[in-house]
Write a protein that binds this ligand. Structure first.
Ligand SMILES: Cc1cc2nc3c(=O)[nH]c(=O)nc-3n(C[C@H](O)[C@H](O)[C@H](O)COP(=O)(O)O)c2cc1C
Length: 453
């Protein structure tokens, strides 16, 4: 029998720890976000559909992006035990300068569309966190405006080579004059990918008011108040003739860019040069041999070629080929600090975040971007501590297995497969430890016949 007593009022009082209500609505909103997915949900509620879809969407069937995210979810970590990691050092030296965390902010076009503070929020949050910020050629804040927002930190400039080369080179010169230390030359955009959500939404630049946009605006008044009461939403360095971002890309970008352009850019840029949008081992090797300072394995967040290779999966083969001292970075699909840990373990020197930053921006402007960085860095540190590592240099391939949900079928095996079903290729398997199928974790992938060259 349980002995019962009258409730003790004093004991009850100590249990009643009511928190003071948070009167700042933005803070209240952001405090509730524990993951980048939570920030995305807030962003979706607060941003007009066309602007949210422009950010959230990717090309065609959006397969590249979902595979990239799946690849990170399919990571299996291997912790070491009884290895205290109390003080974790997350800092890295990247492209000749420091970064407090192993990620920087990726270039994004038309950023003030998502939320009016746009690149200024990104650059000032990067400054506060001690990480690099990248301004896009298609940015909505000028080079000098970004410099003012991040005067002492690291700014990188992303270059699209346009049909009118002088516009591109003029921008690069301006960025160099403003002290941007790295030029990021994007090479995966000979033409625009098919961003079907933009077409379906009738999204255009500048945004047009239609009956649908007006109905959609009713529950999102703050975005519209910002839009109507702040400087016009336009490209800072280009003039637009209207149409979707895809139309603009097709009109402005030169589809004939080649390795010759790289030589010209090298001769005119005084700082570091990195190439973004590299998607195979051969190109990686060629670029590093040509002397670029780094490469970004990226499929543009799935916004260009759909069903492109998953950049994270390319890492082990690329790092093996170019050598572990080359600066190999990766982006596309990063939604968690653990994704960054896995990338570093497989040999990336640095990573970039695109949408994770933009979801924070849409959820709460500058404070929202701070929140993105805080969430990712908390996850990163926690993952490292649980793995038993105190510094990024300690991370290595033994910490990660890539569970093989989507194994490429070996070409030779496909040809020989008339009678028997094709088998996954061990030579292309994704891990240093033995890969396992996701559905049957006990069954290791079978070895395929050796590749015919
Ligand atoms: C809305 C949006 C605009 C982008 N604009 C550019 C751009 O102007 N130049 C560029 O090189 N990459 C651009 N990207 C690609 C990003 O730099 C980055 O490669 C990609 O977002 C990484 O994938 P993630 O969004 O999954 O992190 C853009 C991405 C998004 C989401």
């Amino acid at each position: 029998m349980v002995e019962r007593q009258l409730p003790n009022v004093r004991e009850l009082a100590t249990l009643m720890q009511f928190k003071k209500p948070q009167l700042n609505a933005k803070k209240r909103r952001l405090d509730k976000a524990l993951t980048i997915g939570d920030l995305r949900a807030i962003a979706k509620r607060r941003t007009p559909k066309a602007a949210f879809d422009y950010t959230d969407g990717s090309a065609e069937g959006e397969i590249s992006l979902s595979r990239a995210r799946q690849a990170f979810e399919d990571v299996e970590f291997h912790p070491g035990i009884l290895k205290p990691a109390v003080d974790v050092d997350t800092s890295v030296e990247i492209l000749g300068g420091p970064s407090a965390l192993p990620f920087g902010i990726a270039p994004t076009g038309f950023t003030r569309l998502m939320q009016t503070e746009g690149e200024v929020a990104g650059a000032s949050a990067a400054a506060a966190a001690g990480i690099p910020f990248t301004l896009s050629t298609l940015g909505t804040t000028s080079i000098e405006g970004v410099k003012a927002a991040n005067p002492n930190g690291r700014n990188w400039f992303q270059l699209y080579v346009m049909r009118d080369r002088e516009i591109s080179y003029g921008l690069a010169r301006r960025a160099a004059d403003a002290g941007f230390d790295t030029l990021m030359f994007t090479v995966d955009t000979p033409i625009a990918g098919a961003r079907l959500r933009d077409k379906r939404n009738g999204f255009s630049i500048p945004p047009q008011l239609t009956l649908n946009t007006i109905i959609n605006a009713i529950p999102r008044p703050w975005w519209w108040i910002d839009f109507l009461t702040t400087p016009p939403l336009e490209f800072a360095s280009l003039s637009s003739t209207g149409g979707t971002v895809g139309d603009l890309l097709d009109a402005a970008m030169d589809p004939t860019i080649s390795y010759d352009d790289l030589a010209t850019i090298r001769s005119m840029w005084p700082g570091k040069i990195i190439i973004k949008g590299v998607q195979n081992v051969e190109d990686s090797k060629r670029l590093i041999d040509l002397g670029v300072d780094g490469i970004v394995l990226s499929n543009h967040g799935g916004r260009q070629l759909d069903r492109a290779p998953v950049p994270f999966w390319l890492l082990p083969d690329v790092v093996r080929e170019v050598g572990k001292d080359a600066t190999v970075m990766v982006d596309t699909g990063i939604m968690n600090g653990a994704d960054i840990v896995a990338s570093i373990a497989l040999g990336a020197k640095f990573t970039l975040i695109g949408r994770a930053y933009l979801y924070g921006l849409m959820a709460g402007g500058r404070e929202g971007v701070d929140k993105t960085i805080e969430i990712l860095s908390t996850q990163l540190v926690r993952t490292m501590r649980l793995l038993g590592v105190s510094s990024l240099e300690e991370l290595n391939p033994s910490h990660v297995t890539q569970l093989a949900r989507l194994q490429p079928v070996h070409r030779a095996a496909t040809q020989a497969a008339d009678a028997s079903p094709a088998r996954p290729s061990a030579s292309r398997s994704r891990s240093t430890a033995s890969p396992k199928t996701a559905t049957a974790k006990v069954a290791p992938a079978k070895k395929a016949p050796a590749a015919k060259k």
